[in-house]
Design a protein around this ligand. Structure first.
Ligand SMILES: Cc1cc2nc3c(=O)[nH]c(=O)nc-3n(C[C@H](O)[C@H](O)[C@H](O)COP(=O)(O)OP(=O)(O)OC[C@H]3O[C@@H](n4cnc5c(N)ncnc54)[C@H](O)[C@@H]3O)c2cc1C
Length: 678
């Protein structure tokens, strides 16, 4: 744009800033066009002062919009003049064509949609400026958009600028549906005009889930599109070559009329939005895209109808309520199904092909489309799921549950109650408790501290490993020496760095500030020991001459419970409840539940995320040091100069002294993860 044009636009914006508009559209894409069409249909634009701001040129759009609907659906009636093609049959995978009754599949060329929207703009004398909106605000003075230094105010703003997603949280998945399509004309009549091909998987998967989507417009013309569901985006040149080979092999010679390309987020992550009165969010920005399919058109139309209903009734509150919040879109069973599928597509993209083939191959297409429309019954969904390969969904479900913060505390709470219950009726509590304790130590308790060698650089580095082992042993040996020379000081040190280390891990999990985290670390250790004073002092008597000076009531953690409830941190709250119950279990079980179930598991997840490794990878990497730790423990038991009589009475003293030696270097190593995070 030349200087003259820029100045002209700036002058125009300055002039417009003197006007108070009825409606400002920030973004003029598909959702805004659908809304303009619907508002025009109901004469809501007559005598309205409307401004449309969008830097793009929608008339050049190469998008094709498709959706399935029953013939009597309002979308078909409202948009019938734009529908260029419809199909009553479809096939997926290697299936034969079959009816998609009660639906038809409809096609609207993007260009036609925008053309009609532009005609409406002209007819209603709306102002259309090809400039971007910088930001949108709503305060006591009203609602306005900022363009450069100017504020343009409006009664209502429709914001359909492309969404910006927050970084996916632990239970969210963000992948892409990217595609490149060629609109082609073949030499011979090769296409079956009645039937679309939803997903042809006879194409290389290239480490993602890839398929060809084919829309025949006539016997000789069609859109042939290579689509990829994956964390990475399709490579255009390579894909065009692939499509050309695909077309040549099946349909012979052809010419390319146009190219469609695009990328749709398949995501259940949060969109950064200002949900303010007077601002209506539209399209992708308002979570219209179904995460597992990328279809949005029908949702956007439904939304345009709902907005127009509210405008007709001057229902401002109703309008604001149509803005979707992230929490609304992540609840419910369909959001849950989407999350399961997205997780599989992200972590095991090679399973996409067999799952989709089974999904479409084992039920009627109409039923599947109803399911994807989120209109199916629970019974129908059970039937659909029963025909799918169950293993990937179970793994995905476990991963999904693992990502929900309150699931682990709930399991630990149930385990605590179970141990308490069997303690009342039999002496099986001892067997169950110790079995859990030792298997937990073997699986995660010791291993969580056995990958410290990876924390610095993220990988095993042969040249550094001897130095690392030497440093590690030196720190552990120094601690053993302190135990030998001044046991009381060793005990105080051990308690101090355990408080610090436990506090850091839980603090990061629950988003506590540094000092609050340390206070929590101190509370939990004092609570576990203080609710088992006799057992604690019996162990301490072997380790040093110090005794625990206080005794705690089982409700001593209640202030933390109030804090957790105040912060609406339910996983923290459940943890405090089960920790309180552990005061009725023997000390080693209470300690084991916290150390293994809470501390080690929390650190484990933080380590996996820090290293970007799977659980299996981390466990295997930990294996050499895990084994070494058990051997060292055996050596410690044999070599430590001790009074044999005391050992037979209480071997836990030796156990904790050993744990203190290996956990000192571990606590330092974990600093690399927690540094800057608290
Ligand atoms: C190629 C393609 C094909 C698709 N096909 C289908 C389909 O067949 N069926 C289906 O259901 N869904 C489909 N979708 C998904 C979805 O329907 C579309 O993405 C749809 O365009 C979303 O509408 P929207 O209004 O949210 O965004 P868009 O249509 O992308 O409009 C956003 C507008 O905001 C403008 N803008 C950007 N920055 C600013 C700014 N700062 N200020 C003002 N304006 C700004 C852009 O220029 C753009 O015009 C497709 C998506 C793509 C990409």
């Amino acid at each position: 744009m030349g200087d003259k044009q820029i100045n002209e636009k700036a002058d125009l914006v300055r002039e417009l800033s003197k006007t108070h508009f009825d409606y400002v559209f920030a973004g003029f894409g598909a959702s805004a066009s659908l809304l303009l069409l619907e508002m025009d249909r109901r004469n809501l634009l007559n005598d309205s002062n409307v401004l449309i701001l969008d830097p793009g040129s929608p008339e050049n759009s190469d998008k094709t919009f498709c959706f399935w609907a029953a013939e009597e659906d309002p979308i078909v009636e409202n948009l019938h003049s734009l529908i260029s093609h419809s199909w009553s049959e479809a096939k997926t995978g290697n299936q034969e064509n079959c009816s998609i009754n009660p639906y038809q599949y409809y096609h609207i060329p993007g260009k036609l949609l925008y053309k009609q929207a532009c005609e409406i703009i002209q007819k209603n004398k709306c102002q259309h400026l090809r400039i971007p909106v910088d930001s949108i605000h709503s305060d006591e003075g009203g609602t306005f958009v900022c363009v450069g230094d100017h504020q343009l105010s409006a009664r209502r703003i429709f914001d359909s600028r492309p969404p910006v997603f927050r970084q996916a949280e632990r239970n969210e998945i963000h992948i892409h549906q990217s595609f490149v399509g060629l609109v082609i004309e073949t030499e011979n009549p090769v296409f079956d005009e009645k039937s679309i091909h939803f997903m042809d998987f006879n194409i290389s998967q290239n480490g993602g889930t890839q398929f060809v989507y084919l829309l025949p417009f006539s016997a000789k013309t069609a859109l042939v599109e290579l689509t990829r569901f994956s964390s990475d985006v399709i490579r255009e040149e390579e894909s065009i070559e692939q499509i050309k080979v695909y077309i040549n092999d099946r349909f012979g010679q052809f010419t390319v009329n146009s190219v469609e390309r695009g990328c749709i987020p398949m995501s259940n992550a949060e969109i950064i939005n200002q949900n303010l009165p007077g601002i209506s969010l539209l399209g992708s920005r308002n979570y219209s895209v179904k995460p597992s399919t990328g279809y949005a058109f029908k949702n956007m139309h439904r939304h345009a109808v709902a907005i127009s209903d509210c405008l007709t009734n001057s229902n401002e509150k109703g309008l604001d309520a149509l803005n979707n919040e992230h929490s609304k879109t992540t609840r419910g069973r369909f959001a849950f199904y989407d999350a399961l599928l997205l997780r599989i597509l992200k972590h095991n993209p090679e399973l996409g092909k067999p799952i989709f083939l089974k999904l479409f191959g084992s039920s009627k297409l109409g039923e599947i489309l109803r399911f994807l429309d989120e209109k199916s019954s629970l019974k129908a969904e059970c039937v659909i799921f029963s025909r799918l390969p169950y293993k990937p969904f179970i793994i995905s479900l476990i991963r999904q549950l693992n990502g929900i913060k309150w699931v682990r505390p709930l399991i630990l709470a149930m385990l605590t109650v179970l141990l308490l219950a069997i303690g009342f009726v039999s002496n099986w509590q001892m067997y169950a408790g110790y079995t859990l304790f030792f298997s937990g130590m073997l699986l995660v308790g010791i291993p969580h501290g056995a990958v410290d060698h990876l924390l610095e650089s993220g990988k095993w580095e042969n040249k550094n490993i001897s130095g690392f082992i030497l440093r590690y042993l030196l720190q552990a040996f120094s601690m053993a020496l302190v135990w030998y020379l001044t046991p009381n000081l060793a005990l105080i040190l051990f308690l101090a760095y355990s408080i610090w280390h436990f506090g850091q891990a839980d603090g990061q999990l629950w988003g506590l500030r540094r000092h609050t985290a340390t206070l929590w670390g101190a509370s939990v250790i004092i609570f576990i020991l203080g609710t088992h004073t006799t057992e604690t002092n019996s162990i301490l008597s072997y380790m040093s001459s110090l005794k625990l000076p206080i005794q705690c009531h089982w409700m001593a953690l209640m202030p933390w419970l109030l804090y957790a409830i105040y912060k609406q941190n339910f996983s923290f709250a459940i943890t405090i409840i089960w920790l309180s119950l552990t005061s009725f279990l023997p000390l080693m079980f209470a300690f084991g539940l916290y150390f293994i179930g809470q501390h080690s598991c929390t650190s484990w997840v933080q380590i996996c995320r820090h290293l970007n490794y799977s659980h299996k990878q981390v466990w295997l990497q930990a294996l050499p040091f895990n084994l070494a730790a058990w051997l060292l423990m055996a050596a410690f038991f044999i070599l430590w100069p001790m009074n044999k009589t005391v050992l037979t009475i209480n071997p836990w003293g030796i156990f904790f002294m050993f744990i203190s030696c290996i956990s000192l270097p571990h606590a330092f190593a974990m600093q690399k993860i927690y540094r800057n995070k608290l």
